[in-house]
Structures are given as C-alpha cells and as structure tokens.
Write a protein that binds this ligand. Sequence first.
Ligand code: THU
Length: 131
Amino acid sequence: MSLLDAAREVREAAYVPYSHFKVGAAVRGVSGAIYRGCNVENVAYPEGTCAEAGAIAAMVAAGETELIEVAVIADAPAPCPPCGGCRQKLAEFGRHDTPVLLATVEGATYATTIGELLPGRFDISHMSRAE
Ligand code: THU
C-alpha cells in the first residue's frame, strides 16, 4: 500500500464533529514501516489534535524517531498543507529534503519537502547558549 493510500484510509476514522473536516496523514519511518493518524477534535477546541500529530505519535510509540516520507490528504479544493505547528512537529523527526505529498480526495497532489514547508525553522542550534 502506498503512503498516500494509508493516509486516505485512516482519514475515514477522523473524529470531527465540530469542523466536519477529515484529515488523514501517514508517515514512513526509516525502517520502512507506515504510521497513520487522523485528526481528533474536542469540544474544548484547542485540545483537538491534527492528523500529522497522530501519525507522528504512532511512529514514536512504535520506537521510531526518524521519518523519511509524509503524506496528507483532505477533502479540500487544493492539496491540504500542514498547519504551522505540524510543520514544526514534522521537522523534529524529518530532514530538510524529506518529501511531503499533499493531496485532495479528488486526486490533486502537490509534492513538497519539510524544508520548503518550514524554512528558517527553530532547531537545537538556537539553544546552544543555554546551560
Ligand atoms: N487539521 C489537521 O488535521 N491537519 C492540518 O495540518 C490542518 C488542520 C485539522 C484540525 C482540525 O480538526 C481540522 O483540520 C480543521 O482545522
């Protein structure tokens, strides 16, 4: 199964009673294994979590901390970009050139990279003066 198919499949499980906007995400760990996540909303709106966060949590829970590929899909007029917070979360476990495939359920796709999505990201080097 392709990474995008995995994201498409898990999207169906999204819990979205407030936005009605289902998102599916899948990441491939360096081992080759696929981890999936969907968005999970909450009546206290800020407590909801994004699909990408779920996929990353599944990867880390399985013992992997390096991702080599990402796919995100939603029913949107254009391929759905990860939110700002998810860009930082992806950057934590991927590389500048890690491929990210954004897609719509209708079949439009946009290929990008973690580095393109989050140029100038905050990273560990910025904390080099901290004790
Ligand atoms: N959402 C994601 O799951 N991933 C994104 O990158 C963009 C937004 C979700 C959060 C919320 O459940 C819904 O989409 C509307 O913002």
